[in-house]
Design a binder for this molecule. Structure first.
Ligand SMILES: [Zn+2]
Length: 114
């Protein structure tokens, strides 16, 4: 009779990467204009997450988010279209957006509102 060792390891949850998703540089997140926009958004919001209210502790935790995604016609460098989010809230928002608009990020069409 084989000995069964009762052990259970919870599987690590992994965010499924979108195939064909351009990298950060291809999406225009590495140029100076974006860096300036990002910094202006974070300073204006005093590094406070606009979703949960948490004060973001460091560079990696404070994310500048486009309120209306660029892929949906949101302005890329408009301060009014930016908000500070903590990494967790930004991740949740991005997942929600990807669920609602699975085509996003492929760069084939820009759905601008009419
Ligand atoms: Zn948050």
């Amino acid at each position: 009779m084989p000995l069964r060792i009762p052990s259970f390891r919870a599987p690590r949850l992994r965010v499924k990467r979108q195939e064909n998703r351009p990298n950060a540089a291809q999406r225009g997140y590495c140029d100076n204009a974006h860096k300036q926009w990002r910094m202006a958004v974070l300073v204006r919001d005093a590094y406070q997450c606009q979703s949960c209210g948490k004060i973001c502790g460091g560079k990696r935790d404070a994310h500048a988010d486009h309120i209306l995604p660029i892929s949906e016609g949101g302005a890329r460098y408009d301060l009014e279209n930016g908000q500070c989010l903590c990494a967790a809230c930004h991740g949740r928002k991005t997942l929600r957006e990807n669920r609602e608009h699975p085509q996003q990020g492929q760069g084939t069409s820009t759905r601008s509102g009419q």
